[in-house]
Design a protein around this ligand. Structure first.
Ligand code: HEM
Length: 416
């Protein structure tokens, strides 16, 4: 395959992103990729891997590439039995998959609800959720930042964002868990498939019910109400599109933000001077957040694009239907685009950051993620100023992200 697709046979590069060493520190591997095989055909992954900043930006903006997975030559192969048909249908209409005109249409209708100003209105709700989660930690000496803190916040925030009624919050969580599991169908055991499918179906029915109620009884200032009422030149989102959007918010906004919070705490603990500075000057947390996403991005791989036609890129021939993985983690450490990329500097100008993507599919939830990360970590530091690391971070298996399974911190000095 390699020889067929590349004009100049590249050096053979070992690339195994599924090892624990890679999860702990992927940067030596990524540096080798950028230097030796910046556009690599990765046999095991059956796809191309792009690791240089300039190539990644081209891929993000070139309309000959799409996010629509159905274009992939290997789409539908493999884990079909564990994929819920209703989930697949929902994703087909979701922002992540829609291309060009269809994408621009939905994006135009939903974007006004996710501007920094619109999201700022959620500040009290996000603060309330973080306070509640930390209240539960008050009696503890040791806290697992991943499980007892970060994991508890994003899905509740999305529930609050959509004003999911209190009596259906538990069902919404169940739906969110099932949706996240659908992203990794290879990890769903045959005995769990039925339960997973049922949770998806019940969740869709529940969300359809909430949409219907909200249509009848709009709530002032509510995002779901705005989405239902969103209208541009007579165009509106259908019920199916609204359900897809809710699912997309869960997919895009849960594990990502859990890891943003976990990696922010981890990076601060690794830098005691910076931790002290952030405690003294909470404004610095904004810069820490941006720099964590650039310097220590939690993506194991990256985001994907599929070629809609045969394309020549950087001397490689990418065939129609082939997948390319855009390694955002590597691109943001590329010295050709980022000055001193291996220095953690929370004061740097991050306009070149690709952490939330670039172009048409730029993260819809970027403002919300920033708000959550800042409030979560800022509140943790102000309530537990003596916080320090108790045990080494534990990374677990995950096909898409460097999964931070556990990060134990001591909340107050041990009494001897
Ligand atoms: C640290 C947290 C987050 C990171 C690093 C992140 C990253 C990204 C990236 C890189 C993309 C572009 C994907 C592509 O071009 O293929 C994206 C898209 C998206 N994100 Fe996020 N995201 C985060 C949080 C959120 C949150 C909190 C939400 C929602 C509540 C969200 C919802 C979305 C949606 C709906 C899209 C698709 C936008 C489109 O295709 O038009 N994300 N995100």
């Amino acid at each position: 395959m390699l020889e067929q697709n590349r004009e100049n046979a590249p050096q053979k590069v070992d690339f195994d992103p599924f090892t624990n060493d890679y999860a702990k520190d992927p940067y030596p591997t990524l540096e080798r990729l950028r230097a030796n095989s910046p556009l690599l055909y990765w046999e095991e992954g059956r796809c191309w891997v792009a690791s240089r900043y300039a190539t990644v930006v081209v891929l993000l903006r070139d309309p000959r590439f799409t996010t629509d997975r159905s274009v992939w030559e290997h789409a539908g192969h493999g884990q079909a039995a564990a994929l819920c048909p209703e989930f697949v249908e929902m994703n087909r209409n979701g922002l992540f998959s829609l291309d060009q005109v269809a994408h621009a249409r939905v994006r135009k209708l939903v974007s006004p609800s996710f501007t920094p100003r619109a999201i700022e209105r959620l500040r009290p709700a996000v603060q309330g959720i973080v306070d509640e989660v930390l209240d539960a930690a008050e009696g503890k000496d040791v806290l697992d930042v991943t499980r007892d803190f970060a994991d508890q916040i994003p899905v509740r925030v999305i529930g609050a964002l959509l004003n999911i009624p209190a009596d259906r919050q538990a069902q919404f969580h169940h739906f969110a868990d099932a949706v996240v599991r659908q992203l990794m169908p290879m990890l769903i055991k045959p005995s769990e498939i039925e339960e997973n499918f049922a949770a998806i179906r019940e969740g869709i029915a529940m969300i359809e019910g909430v949409i219907e109620e909200r249509r009848q009884h709009p709530i002032e200032g509510d995002i779901l109400t705005s989405l239902i009422q969103a209208e541009e030149q007579g165009d509106r989102l259908s019920k199916g599109e609204l359900v897809s959007l809710v699912s997309g918010l869960v997919v895009g906004g849960s594990e990502t933000t859990v890891h943003l919070i976990g990696f922010m705490v981890l990076n601060l603990l690794q830098r005691p001077e910076l931790l002290a500075e952030a405690k003294a000057n909470p404004e610095l947390i904004k810069g820490v957040l941006e720099e964590v996403l650039r310097f220590d991005n939690f993506g194991r791989l990256g985001i994907t694009r599929y070629a809609k036609e045969d394309i020549e890129l950087d001397g490689a021939r990418i065939k129609k239907g082939q997948m390319v993985i855009l390694m955002l983690n590597s691109a943001m450490r590329d010295a050709a685009a980022i000055p001193m990329p291996d220095t953690f500097d929370p004061h740097r100008d991050t306009v070149t950051s690709l952490a939330f993507g670039n172009g048409a599919h730029f993260c819809l939830g970027a403002s919300l993620a920033r708000l959550e990360g800042q409030i979560a970590v800022g509140t943790l530091l102000s309530r537990f100023p003596d916080l320090r690391q108790e045990k080494g971070a534990v990374f677990g298996p995950h096909p898409l992200i460097r999964k931070l399974d556990s990060l134990q911190v001591r909340l107050r000095p041990a009494v001897s």
